[in-house]
Design a protein around this ligand. Sequence first.
Ligand SMILES: NC(=O)c1ccc[n+]([C@@H]2O[C@H](COP(=O)([O-])OP(=O)(O)OC[C@H]3O[C@@H](n4cnc5c(N)ncnc54)[C@H](O)[C@@H]3O)[C@@H](O)[C@H]2O)c1
Length: 269
Amino acid sequence: MITGGASGIGRALGVELAARGCEVVLADRQVELAELAAASIRDAGGKALAVELDVRDRAAFRRVAEEAKARAGRIDFLFNNAGIGVGAEIERCDPEDWDEVVDVNLRGVIHGVEAVYPLMVAQRSGHIVNTASMAGLVPEAGEAGYTATKHAVVGLTKALRVEARRHGVRASALCPGAIRTPILTGGRFGRIRLAGVSAERVAALWERTRPMAPDAFAQQALDAVLRDEPFIVVPRWWKSLWYLDRLSPSLSLRLWEVLFRRALIDLQG
Ligand SMILES: NC(=O)c1ccc[n+]([C@@H]2O[C@H](COP(=O)([O-])OP(=O)(O)OC[C@H]3O[C@@H](n4cnc5c(N)ncnc54)[C@H](O)[C@@H]3O)[C@@H](O)[C@H]2O)c1
């Protein structure tokens, strides 16, 4: 079961899981897009179903999880992947910016754990993969709400992993670097509102980090899931930023301050 399965990383995970023999449920707020993704998986000989789900709706998440379990007999993987980007300096964030990013990126993941973890505990197997981000490991500025939710997702996943082991259930935090998907400029439900900055300029800045294609990302990420890695950082080179943050948090803060200032200068021209 993959939330945010209609687009980007979620869609690519669905394609790759189906190619590896899984029956996949693509759950997304954009149900027509999820339907297209599921149809292309079925056309390639895989098993896929699209369902409408807003991860902010706790009861709906439970319903979708119970239907998936009834259909397939068990849920082997939950990819809590749906997310939105909200890019804005803190002084420019509206109450809605904070609420939406917390509701989707954090509460949405909590709702997934609430709905699926008990089913996995009962079946004594399963793997919950929560999509955090490099922003869950290092102080990415210019998107503080996003960074806060992703740090929270990493924390939740650490605790879940420790608790879940005695039930035979696994948990991992997926921490993508930059992957070429719509979220880099906010995504369908997110937004970039940095002062005087266009979406095109933001996209051009991300291009400098050489974003990875979602299908290549999905293959590497799934290999790491099967190895039961607790923290999955792809592309791998982003790990150096995480290592630096653990080695010297204060040096890492200085580095991110420099990167943020440079990014603002480049973005504002
Ligand atoms: N692309 C990157 O560089 C990158 C980097 C780090 C982390 N991530 C994370 O990866 C995940 C997937 O993002 P993506 O890059 O594929 O972006 P994307 O915009 O292509 O896909 C996000 C999907 O989530 C869905 N979604 C949004 N709000 C939802 C809601 N309330 N309920 C259900 N579905 C909802 C969207 O409809 C969309 O299909 C996100 O959690 C994102 O934060 C992405």
